[in-house]
Design a protein around this ligand. Sequence first.
Ligand code: ADP
Ligand code: SF4
Length: 695
Amino acid sequence: MPRNPRYDILFEPVRIGPKLAKNRFFQVPHASGMTNAAPHVRAAFRETKAEGGWGVVCTGACSIDPSSDDSPFPFATLWDEADVRAHAVMTEGVHRHGALAGVELWHGGAAALNRTTRFAPLSPSGVPWMATHVGFMSAARPKPMDRDDIKALVGWHRDAAVRAERAGFDILYVYAGMGYLPHQFLLPDYNQRTDEYGGSVRNRVRLVEELIDTVREASGGRCAVALRISLQELRARKSDTAPSEAHEVIACLKDAPDLFDVKMDYSAQDCSASRFTPEASHEPVIEFVKTITDKPVVGVGRFTSPDTMVGQIKRGILDFIGGARPSIADPFLPAKIDEGREADIRECIGCNICISSWHDGVWVRCTQNPTAGEEWRRGWHPEKVRRDSEGRVLVVGGGPAGLESALTLARRGFEVSVADRQRQFGGRLVWETSLPGLKTWFRVAEYRLGQLRQMPNVTLYPESDLGVQDVLDFGAEHVVVATGARWLDTLCQANELPGGKAAGPRIYTPEDLKAGFVPEGPVAVFDFDNYYLGTAVAEDLSAKGCAVTYITTAGAASAWSFMTNEQPLIHQALMRRGITLRTLEIVTAFDGETLLLAQIFSGERHELAVRSLVIVGQRAGGSALYDALHAADLKAAGITSVRLAGDAHAPGAIAHAVYHGHKTARELGLPASAIHVGRDAPFAPRDFMALQAAQ
Ligand code: ADP
Ligand code: SF4
């Protein structure tokens, strides 16, 4: 299909200093969890985006010196020649598709605690970076940088820039954002220096200016130099001469870099979840930058709508549409717009499972795109699936796992039927996405249903509750059972192992709420699942008029959502709604009037007067249908395989169900010998040693 002319503006080439980007789609630097230990995994992940049409594709933060060591978080390095080779694999891949490759030169300063290299963290003036004692605890406190340290920092940037050019990068980033060292110099609470690098805005900007000049010089002006800068706190700071300190800073730097990459300050706001933050949420902080500088500006905002993107360009907010999460969820987003296939975009749902991967220290994974991070290891492409099969498959269950299985099986060439007992496909998403803030997550079902409905080899059967005989009579050669998991009404012990079954009136689980039941208030929600559902249920019941007390075994509400950047916003939401929060407690009994609670460490008992109890605790997978099929005469029915997929296989997050559904479909009918799992390896350190010896 031809491209909609409304979107032509997104495909205009834009100059960035000495380089020309072929369009306005810019994959900004973002964490991938892929260090130099997995150069081919990383290269394939980034190359796929270049293949999908992104005009610029960047690395994540790349440490320029061992004094910037982010462990235990995964981080890339650009310290030596072995690192140059590791990055060159990525730049070659990106260049193959006519995209520019960018590298983010990173020094974390006081925010990098150097746990492995054991250097003292560096800082402008010895003030600890707040994340170091709030989130990522350490007893280490940073060293105030003296003039030699500043000189060394400039030198590390120079050396890293030289290596980066040798590795094939086109755009070299100076990174003054997200609380890392050059950003710390910009903020007066952290930078308490009294020399020419502290005090006035002019002085605080000096280091960033020097770094930009150094990086430009190091590449002899052949590479473009980008400045990534966080503007949130600066924007909130009053200025005597401008609307804010952010305006002053940008005015000082307006001619320095070839490109501005502008953003918020901290991960939870910069990369905030859709549960609380809409698309284009950065605009109120960064919208002024283009009024001050003539250099091109890139910014993010979880952009998935081409109309919003066009609006950002036409209204003069941005020159480039920055994408991190949208490029993970759909590496082919630009190509789809270019080909007039907007309806095929697999839109990011803003769940931040991708961020949790980085916090977990592993390669990026994505709820919407199960192939993310598996491009090289398993050879999975996000759009192309080898057509290698025919025959009939029956998928029982149309939740995330069933729909993803069905789509991938249909792409492989199977004749696919999907049956679900509900009228609406989407499984758990149907109810869960009706809870406050979670509507965007329904895109997981929407995208897959949109694709399946276009495919001639797919039939959807809603309102079809299948028993074992129905499946045997269906005439399919393969059966995928993706019937989901169910919430249990068991309590838990202080050590969070399963407790006894709750006994008493008005005790409910999410299964009851899903069926439309609204409990009598006041309600206690007891959460030991500790991801999003407990607090989403509490919010929902509160919105429906119940007085709600939320009780958790953990130290904070929705404890695991710390990993997805949602937790601070969840706490704010509970407070906004007047929901009482009780932590580190278990429910021991409920008689319909009084809830008995015990503190998990001391055993101290409390009583709470409530009318209903909702338990958001354990889920059980498994499937009676699957078990019955195994006991049946499959051969007589012509069935050669029965597979259990998604939550029925092992209950987890939606991301787990989609991934498992995809994997099940990729592997169905193949012998084990045909399933490829590559094992990446770093470039051997001996290469580096040999090089040093030769110098
Ligand atoms: P997952 O996350 O693994 O995809 P879900 O719970 O979201 O699991 O979806 C499972 C779906 O399976 C639900 O929509 C449910 O209605 C459907 N289902 C369960 N048992 C049957 C059955 N016997 N026949 C048809 N559909 C079923
Ligand atoms: Fe978007 Fe979620 Fe995928 Fe991250 S994991 S890219 S937030 S869909």
